[in-house]
Design a protein around this ligand. Sequence first.
Ligand code: IPE
Ligand code: IPE
Ligand code: MG
Length: 240
Amino acid sequence: MTKNIPYHVAIIMDGNGRWAEKKNLPRLRGHEIGGERVEEIIRAAPGYGVRYLTLYAFSKENWQRPPKEVSFLMDLLSHYLDHKLKEMMKNNVRFNAIGRLTDLPETIQKKITRGMNETKNNTGLVTTFAFSYSSRLEITEACRKMALEAAQGKLNPESIDEKTVSDHLYTAGLPDPDLLIRTSGEMRISNFLLWQISYTELYVTDKYWPEFTEEEFAKAVEAYQKRERRFGRTAPLEKV
Ligand code: IPE
Ligand code: IPE
Ligand code: MG
C-alpha cells in the first residue's frame, strides 16, 4: 500500500528487562538484543516509505536505575556509535540525537557529534535517538530560551506562536510523528514528545522490544494505514 504512509515513526522501545526475565536471561542481555532490533528497524523502515525514525533510547528518568545497568547502557551506546557509523553511511542514514546530551559522558558526547557530522549529508532515513530525554525538560528549556531571546530584544513576545515553540524544541526541523509505537503493552507516554504527538496515531503492542522484528513493524504500519486521521474535522483531510 503506498497510501497513508507514516513518514515519521517514533518508538518507545520498552520491555528489554521483562523479555530477559521471561527467558531466564540477565536483564542486560535484553538490552543487547534490543540493540539488534534497533538495527533491524533502521534497515527496514525506508522500505515502508518512512523518512524519519525517532527512537526513545534512554530517558532522563532512567538515570535513577542501578549504576551497573546505566553503565552497561552507556557502553552499549558507545559501542554502537563506534561500529554502526559505517553501516549508516552505506545505507545513506542520517544520525541525529535529541535530549539533554550534556548529561552523557563526554566521550559519548564526542562520538554523537562525530556521528551527526559524518552523516549530515546523507539523504535517506533521518534516525533520531533520544538520550537523557525528557519532554517536560525539553519544553521547559524551550520556554527559557524564548524568554532569554525576548529579554535580549531578539524575540517579540507578541509574535510567539506554535511554530516558534516547535522551533525551540530539540526536535526543531523535524515534522511531528505520524505514528507512535510503544512495545511491551504499557499504555503510557513516559515523558516522550508530549508537544509533538498532539495528533499522532498511537499503536501499542504487547511484544517486548527484543521481539519487535520487521514483521511487527509491518503490522504497526498496516494498522496505521487503516486509521482515519481527522485533526478535529468531521472527515479526513483528503475527503473535505
Ligand atoms: C527499555 O526496556 C529500555 C530502556 C528503558 C533503556 P526496560 O529496561 O525498561 O525493560 P522493562 O520495561 O523493565 O521490561
Ligand atoms: C521509557 O521506558 C523510556 C525508554 C524506552 C527509553 P521506561 O521503562 O523508562 O518507562 P516506564 O518507567 O515504564 O514508564
Ligand atoms: Mg521499561
